[in-house]
Design a protein around this ligand. Structure first.
Ligand code: DGY
Length: 323
């Protein structure tokens, strides 16, 4: 029997590409250039599985086409707000993602951003590299410390909890959080983490606010100008979730007027373009969507996709099916 035809939309870690090549009739994107929408439609007419990722856009219009052959989209990534999942489902296409394997890596990066923003690491390095450093003195580039501060987490799922764990047990931070459903488990109790009734209350109580909720319509601009104004003057916003969760222009305003102390961002509205105004500010740390960027994690993400599409083509329900 012919092997399923599979298209991988970007380059993946070599070890995973080898498994895909051995198991399926796989086409790789050797040039590693994102596909256009037209190329996506052609791909969905020619392949049994398409394996997209965060940098791809799959709006509803792509699924309205006649003669689609694709039966599964094995997304390389846990976030799937770049795929119109309802439209894929209506077209009879299964969609899977890669939960669980990015947890530690992303939480590590949230802590990295907290430390970088609070200790002015990017600013210090820029000063030194540009030859502007005049030497140690008691008032040079003072930041703030994490120990004893309050960390507010929005979205107490796997990554939110892993971030809270590091902050509480590693840095002695007090944890408060907002989550739509009740969270009451041993881990959260061990951290003495306090679930707050509203995002507004949580913002007002926090010295650092770290976002761990999904992107997409339901959370678009959840952190807007009104909510940013509720934050303490010395507070920091940390975003490793999705760019559209924050109203970036309102954030630029808050950072410029110093109504908050700083921010650490790994994700952007409309990335890879960087929203206007951000790059001019010293009190924001900007990383290029590195949350899951370790060899171990990217390989594990790829292997999750392999597991999902293998189950699907073997006639089983894929373990990480979202539609
Ligand atoms: C994801 O998997 O959604 C991440 O943003 C990739 O780092």
């Amino acid at each position: 029997m012919a092997l399923p035809r599979v298209l991988v939309t970007r380059r993946w870690p070599e070890a995973v590409e080898r498994v895909l090549a051995a198991r399926f009739d796989t086409t790789f994107n050797d040039a590693d250039r994102p596909l256009t929408e037209t190329a996506f439609v052609s791909a969905m007419k020619a392949y049994d599985a398409v394996l997209p990722t965060v940098s791809d856009r799959l709006p509803s219009g792509l699924f309205d086409q006649p003669g689609l052959r694709t039966k599964i989209l094995g997304n390389f990534g846990v976030g799937f707000n770049h795929i119109d999942v309802a439209a894929a489902k209506a077209a009879g296409i299964a969609v899977t993602n890669t939960p669980g394997v990015l947890t530690d890596c992303t939480a590590d990066l949230a802590l990295t951003l907290m430390l970088m923003a609070a200790r002015r690491v990017g600013e210090g390095e820029r000063q030194l590299r540009s030859g502007e450093w005049k030497g140690w003195c008691p008032t040079h580039m003072l930041g703030s410390q994490l120990s004893g501060k309050v960390l507010g987490i929005i979205g107490m799922g796997r990554i939110g909890k892993a971030t809270a764990r590091r902050a509480h047990f590693g840095f002695g931070m007090k944890i408060v959080f907002f989550n739509r459903s009740d969270v009451d488990d041993d881990e959260t109790r061990a951290m003495k983490a306090e679930q707050m009734k509203s995002i507004d209350d949580m913002l007002a109580a926090s010295d650092f606010v770290s976002l761990h909720c999904p992107g997409g319509a339901e959370n678009r601009h959840l952190l807007d100008a009104r909510r940013l104004a509720l934050m303490k003057p010395g507070a920091y916003v940390i975003n490793t979730a999705r760019g559209d969760v924050v109203d970036t222009q309102a954030l630029v305003q808050a950072l410029t007027s110093r109504s908050i102390a700083g921010a650490g961002l790994d994700v952007y509205e409309g990335e890879p373009a960087i929203p206007a105004g951000l790059a001019d500010l010293e009190n924001v740390v900007l990383l290029p969507h590195l949350g899951s960027a370790t060899s171990e994690t990217r390989t594990a993400m790829g292997m999750k996709v392999v597991e999902n599409i293998t189950a699907f083509f073997d006639g089983h329900d894929p373990p990480d099916r979202i539609a």
